[in-house]
Design a protein around this ligand. Structure first.
Ligand SMILES: [Zn+2]
Length: 208
């Protein structure tokens, strides 16, 4: 038996990726870059990579309604709800290389809150697509705005982009911060400041 820690990879994600053609394309890509796809170390690589994409790109299949799945609660609470340091892994759509980092998500409820575990799952749903960080930030904010209709939403994402880091010259661009806001976080300086103070308190610089 082959010892392969990737063996279970992508098991439950396979619906939307055409594994056969992805496998063939990876095989051809290996040839195109001058490799021998038939040598021992690469023999299972096309299959492994094809299946990996079913997992890394599983966000296309995710249905926000299913993720939220009744975890909305009517409650009389109007203070800021903040989930910070949500780890994420995404792929940049320009190079298909990873960008990884953390997301901070806050909202000011207006009668409705969402189950705490749902926010990281929403981040994951958008991260597991070919993305640019700016759009991902906006999508998270927009979904929460639509779903919760709160007084406001703020999302800040810090990401490190391997396409900048690995390709040498522009290493200083590797770390990027993006933000998207709605409502009170946009209109009210004190609310925005409270959010920024909260996410910077005790935080360490993003590192790989
Ligand atoms: Zn890129």
């Amino acid at each position: 038996m082959e010892l392969d820690d990737d063996i279970d990879e992508g098991e439950s994600y396979s619906e939307h990726v055409d594994i056969d053609s992805a496998r063939k394309i990876i095989f051809d890509l290996l040839k195109a870059v001058g490799e021998d796809p038939d040598r021992e170390g690469l023999r299972n690589t096309p299959d492994r990579v094809a299946r990996m994409y079913t997992e890394l790109l599983s966000g296309y299949n995710a249905d926000p309604a299913k993720i939220i799945n009744g975890a909305l609660f009517n409650i009389n609470y109007d203070e800021m709800v903040l989930v910070r340091d949500i780890e994420f892994y995404s792929l940049c759509e320009h190079h298909m290389l990873p960008f990884i980092g953390r997301a901070h998500v806050a909202y000011l409820p207006a009668g409705k809150v969402i189950g705490l575990s749902k926010i990281p799952r929403i981040v994951d749903m958008y991260a597991r697509r070919l993305q640019i960080q700016e759009r991902m930030t906006r999508q998270i904010a927009d979904l929460l705005q639509t779903t919760l209709q709160p007084q406001g939403v703020a999302v800040v994402i810090e990401g490190m982009h391997l396409c900048s880091m690995m390709r040498g010259v522009k290493k200083h661009d590797a770390r990027m911060t993006t933000s998207a806001t709605h409502g009170a976080f946009r209109a009210n300086l004190a609310t925005r400041q409270e959010f920024l103070d909260n996410i910077s308190r005790g935080s360490k610089p993003l590192q790989i």
